[in-house]
Design a protein around this ligand. Structure first.
Ligand code: HEC
Ligand code: HEC
Ligand code: HEC
Ligand code: HEC
Length: 246
């Protein structure tokens, strides 16, 4: 897609965010962009710098170990059965999907014979695509698709710390332990948009709030989610006189 277009779209969505927070004060103010417009944003490198999650992931010195490793601790029912939940979702099929008849057809239209070998497809369908080998643990398998570490950052340090903890204090299974902020990353909207954008040949409108609910996996002891879409500011009609109570 053209860069000028991309910039315009990004500016548009920035204006949208501002527009929702600040109501126009004069008749010269521009109409706010309609909120139901799809987030058609091909996230540029410049825009990605605004994502706290992508920044933290890029700065991490840990290695990508792969979902099979996370499964060993995060699949207990008492801890939310997170791995099973993920396996039922499209993300875990990111790589196998690229061999489907649908993928071959999409590939053909773009002159790509083997989507499972093409950077043009793999960059969004597997975790850690294009990173240097030194960033990947020897057991890391890209074939497992869009894995935990796409959203939570590379996990080798976390695995090491938690393994040591488990050995030392034999923590009761099913208790929720709060671990230090920063040990693992929590994703934000821009992280999702780095793949869910119109560079995807099968692009569907990405609704952050709704899609977040689809993939969410809380610890059973957690009372409320920590990752939420930004609150919508309720619009007041300024032409109507304010209602008095009573
Ligand atoms: C040795 C066991 C173990 C392994 C392996 C493990 N974790 Fe964890 N993880 C924990 C424990 C314990 C917690 C604390 C919450 C809980 O009790 O479930 C935790 C918490 C987390 C959290 C929440 C962080 C927060 O700020 O609250 C994330 C995200 C996470 N793990 C992701 C992963 C990923 C991704 C992998 C694989 C790369 C992984 N874990 C592998 C034990 C493990
Ligand atoms: C910019 C990231 C991106 C790229 C590049 C990309 N995909 Fe995808 N793909 C996605 C996302 C995100 C989805 C989930 C639904 C959607 O928005 O299309 C998806 C879904 C799909 C689906 C399932 C469609 C459906 O309706 O559920 C197929 C098939 C697919 N991609 C094939 C490909 C092939 C083949 C290529 C390479 C030619 C490719 N993708 C390149 C991000 C991407
Ligand atoms: C597409 C992004 C995505 C993927 C892939 C993903 N997660 Fe998460 N994960 C999230 C989000 C978003 C949250 C925040 C939930 C909330 O709102 O509290 C989360 C929360 C967590 C938590 C904390 C739960 C709690 O309530 O304390 C753990 C642990 C975790 N994920 C582990 C994993 C593991 C293990 C995998 C792979 C099997 C995985 N995640 C795959 C997005 C993802
Ligand atoms: C590395 C790229 C990538 C990132 C980052 C990513 N996704 Fe996806 N997502 C995909 C692909 C690829 C698919 C389609 C997989 C398929 O159907 O084969 C998909 C599918 C989905 C689906 C459809 C699920 C289903 O079971 O069909 C939802 C919902 C979704 N993603 C939400 C999110 C959210 C929310 C985030 C951010 C927290 C996120 N994704 C981040 C690549 C990504």
């Amino acid at each position: 897609m053209k860069n000028s277009n991309a910039t315009a779209m990004i500016l548009g969505s920035a204006l949208l965010a501002v527009g929702l927070a600040i109501q126009p004060t004069s008749s010269f103010a521009q109409e706010p962009v309609k909120a139901q417009e799809p987030a058609k944003v091909a996230v540029t490198a410049e825009k990605k710098k605004e994502s706290a999650a992508l920044k933290a992931i890029a700065a991490s010195k840990a290695l990508y170990v792969g979902a099979a490793k996370c499964k060993s601790c995060h699949n207990k029912e008492s801890q939310g059965g997170i791995n099973d939940k993920w396996e039922k979702m499209g993300h875990s099929k990111g790589f196998t999907q690229l061999a489907s008849p649908e993928s071959l057809k999409l590939g053909k239209e773009l002159g790509i014979k083997k989507p499972q070998e093409a950077a043009e497809c793999l960059k969004c369908h597997v975790t850690a695509y294009g990173l240097p080998k030194e960033k990947l643990h020897k057991r890391f398998k890209p074939e497992l698709g869009v894995q935990c570490e796409t959203c939570h950052g590379p996990g080798s340090d976390h695995v090491k710390t938690r393994l040591t903890e488990a050995k030392e204090n034999k923590v009761e299974s099913g208790t929720l332990r709060e671990i230090p902020a920063g040990e693992m990353v929590m994703p934000d909207e821009l992280l999702c948009l780095s793949c869910h954008n119109e560079d995807s040949p099968s692009y569907k409108e990405f609704k952050y709030g709704k899609n977040l609910e689809t993939i969410r996996h809380l610890h059973p002891k957690r009372e409320k989610p920590r990752v939420l879409p930004p609150k919508k500011v309720v619009k007041k009609d300024s032409t109507e006189p304010a209602k008095k109570d009573g």
